[in-house]
Design a binder for this molecule. Structure first.
Ligand code: MOS
Length: 772
């Protein structure tokens, strides 16, 4: 699935009528943008927040999957006799011995096309071939390891070299043209300055703190699934089809989520395994993935290989830009890592072509990972831009500024709000870029050599459809409900801030209810679209609830405002009063509700997707950013550290400074992992990811995190919603890795075109920098 397909899916989940943003709306109160601490913080820090695997029920039993130990083949026989004789074992599931599970063909997105145990074939190491259910987790684990599987092995390919022969361009199995304008061949051929290099990003595995888990409860008619899901509505939609029951008979609950990075967008097979076991045994079943399983059974960012050709004039005009990329995918699913997401519009050029090809490998199905496509794509494009700047003897910030455009030259539409130029300028100022000397190894700090690198960032901005219900309650509180979820980024808090802005009810008197598919349908936490999507629906619901309240004030016997025109009334600071008169003169809203004997004033809010918004038709919508990185290189001991990062983000209006800063700083740390550490390595002998654990798969830690300065331009993009907020979940990761490798080049003279940067890559640099 490309990013375009993904966002299209986000925007078309439901046929709700579009409601255009209102750019003429009055400016919000100070609560919008304020660094309000997370309202769910105390629940998390005291351990009372319930994550999927925290749910326990009387009679609960445990399922443990059995994974294939080869990457290709056919199951000849599964011997479960020993396992079944072990203490506590209740059930062994496998192909042919499980209730019917179905494919999902209409609406919703599944992660893998096939349900678990669909046939007897194995396509990747770690694929589930059976599952054991027992009274205790330990019993299930022991019995799972006693299941013997006999295979007829097949041939497999987990090669990291993606140079396979392909069908011709445009043919099935050949490269597909993703974007094309002008004549890149002749423009490149005649360009006086050229860059022609291939960039590689490895398989990266999502490693959220909270691992995947399902607790499935069957009540004789329907399922309740406690999940860790970035999309409870989609999960319900898909699982109703996989399990063969009506949608209303599946409730998916994800109240708290320990992050996801995209790995939890779509259901993985373990959810169906747990649900089937629960139904067959008529008992609640818990299935938790191990960290090892997370490396094979719940997605990864696929490996990419990207050839970039840039042609420029001697004075730095971009005459031609071509990106030909490949990514690996699994045998069963066509997952396109949309590496050209930002390429067609980031810089001005008349001649541009992007092609994309898939290469099949015996690996589990890839899935979106934070900034899918754009993040690896920008590693290639922005690395090439740095190489071009060096060939042109131009400053890399200056080069980018000179190629900036306010028109999306692919769509031939203006951007709704593009401030890449300001990001570069503000970042350069904050970083102190003017002090940079361009020669390799020329900047010193004691014995250390400093390298300074820069890269631009971009990520799509979109809005889907959403419903939300807002109730003003007679006890003085407010309640908002929406079938979205908070993956840790702060959705609970942002929604409370909106209600405070509209009603004046303080944040600590607002109950935000998310994380259940039984709530009014809300968006996935994906594609950096959740905030921009739920804001207009919550606003609509708040306005509707206030309208009910004003009518109550005007029409209720005994109300101090009885007989007034409801249109002349307003609500501020939790009180209803005449427009123009002070809030203190107003009536507290609980008093009005009590007078009318109402438990609440309720408003059902609704908002539409950007794609159906007539105002959006003429614009291209994206977020932008600029990343400035300093590395310290110690040639004496070959030690490389990222020492300083300045990240400037143009993400529309920032709803909460504290959480937004957290989000981008976290993305910077993840970017350091991408630049220096992360890589899933498949054993070429059997296809097993050999570093499928936290000892061998390195993610950046506190010790690797430098001084990070996050700055937001905070310029509203009114096309998205009244507040002008876009999403900021992914933009912070874009551009970090190429800024790191450009800084590494500046320090060492070594251009690393295959991530992550390894000490081995730099050992030669010791001598080079001595010469420098
Ligand atoms: Mo993001 S990859 O859409 O969670």
């Amino acid at each position: 699935m490309t990013y375009e397909e993904f966002v299209e899916f986000i925007g078309t989940q439901d046929g709700a009528a579009p409601k255009a943003a209102n750019p003429a709306a009055p400016p919000p109160s100070a609560i919008i943008g304020a660094g309000v601490p997370r309202i769910d913080g105390p629940l998390k820090t005291t351990g009372s927040a319930m994550y999927a695997s925290d749910y326990n029920f009387p009679g609960l039993v445990y399922a443990v999957p059995v994974r294939a130990t080869l990457s290709s083949g056919t199951i000849r026989h599964i011997d479960t006799s020993a396992a079944e004789a072990m203490p506590g074992v209740l059930l062994v599931l496998q192909h042919g011995k499980i209730m019917p599970l179905y494919r999902n063909a209409s609406g919703g997105r599944n992660s893998e096309n096939r349900p678990p145990f669909e046939d007897d074939s194995v396509a990747y190491w770690g694929q589930y071939v059976a599952a054991v259910v027992a009274q205790t987790f330990e019993q299930a684990q022991a019995a799972a390891s006693a299941v013997k599987v006999i295979y007829d092995p097949g041939t497999f390919n987990v090669s990291p070299l993606l140079s396979d022969a392909l069908a011709p361009e445009g043919q099935p199995g050949g490269p597909q043209v993703m974007s094309h304008r002008g004549d890149t061949d002749s423009a490149f051929a005649s360009a006086p300055v050229k860059v022609d290099e291939t960039y590689i990003t490895p398989v990266e595995t999502h490693n959220p703190m909270e691992m995947h888990a399902t607790v499935a409860v069957w009540d004789g008619q329907g399922y309740t699934l406690y999940e860790t899901s970035q999309g409870v509505m989609n999960h319900q939609n898909v699982m109703s089809q996989v399990l063969g029951v009506p949608q209303e008979n599946v409730e998916v609950i994800s109240r708290f989520i320990g992050s996801g990075f995209g790995g939890k967008l779509f259901p993985w097979p373990h959810s169906a395994v747990a649900a089937a076991a629960a139904r067959q045994l008529n008992r609640p079943v818990k299935l938790t993935l191990t960290r090892q399983m997370m490396f094979t059974n719940s997605g990864h960012r696929p490996r990419t290989q990207q050839r970039i050709r840039l042609g420029a004039s001697a004075d730095g005009k971009l005459l031609s830009l071509q990106q030909d990329y490949r990514n690996h995918t699994s045998l069963g699913d066509d997952i396109r890592e949309n590496c050209g997401e930002a390429t067609p519009f980031l810089y001005s050029t008349a001649n541009l072509k992007v092609t994309s090809a898939l290469v099949r490998r015996n690996v589990g199905t890839p899935t979106p990972m934070r900034g899918p496509g754009a993040v690896p794509g920008l590693f290639a494009l922005e690395s090439a831009m740095d190489e071009l700047a060096i060939k042109l003897r131009k400053d890399p910030v200056e080069l980018r500024l000179s190629l900036d455009t306010l028109i999306d030259e692919e769509k031939n539409k203006p951007f709704s709000s593009r401030h890449l130029k300001e990001c570069l300028q503000v970042g350069a100022e904050k970083f102190g870029w003017s002090r940079r000397t361009p020669e390799v190894g020329s900047m010193r700090k004691g014995d250390l050599i400093l390298g300074w690198g820069v890269a631009a960032a971009s990520w799509g901005a979109n809005r889907g459809v959403c419903q939300a219900t807002v109730s003003l309650l007679s006890d003085g509180r407010a309640r908002v409900s929406c079938g979205t979820q908070d993956i840790g980024t702060g959705s609970y808090t942002v929604i409370a801030q909106v209600i405070t802005d509209k009603t004046g009810i303080p944040v600590d008197k607002i109950d935000v209810v998310l994380g259940s598919s039984s709530l009014p349908p809300g968006p996935m936490s994906g594609g950096s679209t959740a905030t921009s999507t739920f804001l207009p629906a919550v606003l609509d619901g708040a306005n509707a609830a206030i309208k009910v309240l004003l009518n109550v004030a005007a029409h209720t016997k005994g109300s101090p405002l009885q007989g007034q025109d409801p249109g002349s009334l307003t609500m501020t600071a939790g009180r209803v009063h005449a427009k123009g008169s002070p809030a203190a003169s107003g009536v507290p809203f609980p008093e009005l509700l009590k007078l009318a004997n109402l438990s609440s004033a309720r408003g059902d809010g609704k908002s539409g997707g950007l794609g159906a918004d007539p105002k959006a038709r003429d614009f291209s919508t994206h977020s932008f950013g600029a990343q400035f990185v300093e590395v310290e290189w110690d040639p004496g001991i070959a030690r490389l550290r990222v020492s300083r990062v300045v990240s400037v983000i143009d993400g529309g209006r920032i709803m909460n400074q504290r959480m937004a800063t957290n989000q981008v700083a976290g993305a910077v740390v993840m970017g350091i992992g991408m630049g220096l550490f992360e890589e899933t390595i498949y054993d070429q002998r059997d296809g097993h990811p050999i570093n499928d654990n936290f000892a061998d798969y390195l993610v950046a830690t506190n010790a690797d995190a430098p001084q990070i300065d996050v700055h937001f331009l905070d310029i509203p993009d009114p096309l998205l919603n009244e507040y002008g907020a876009r999403g900021i979940g992914e933009i912070g990761l874009a551009g970090i890795a190429p800024a790191i490798t450009s800084a590494v080049y500046h320090a060492t003279g070594v251009r690393v075109r295959e991530l992550p940067v390894r000490v081995e890559d730099l050992l030669m640099a010791e001598h080079r920098s001595d010469r420098a």
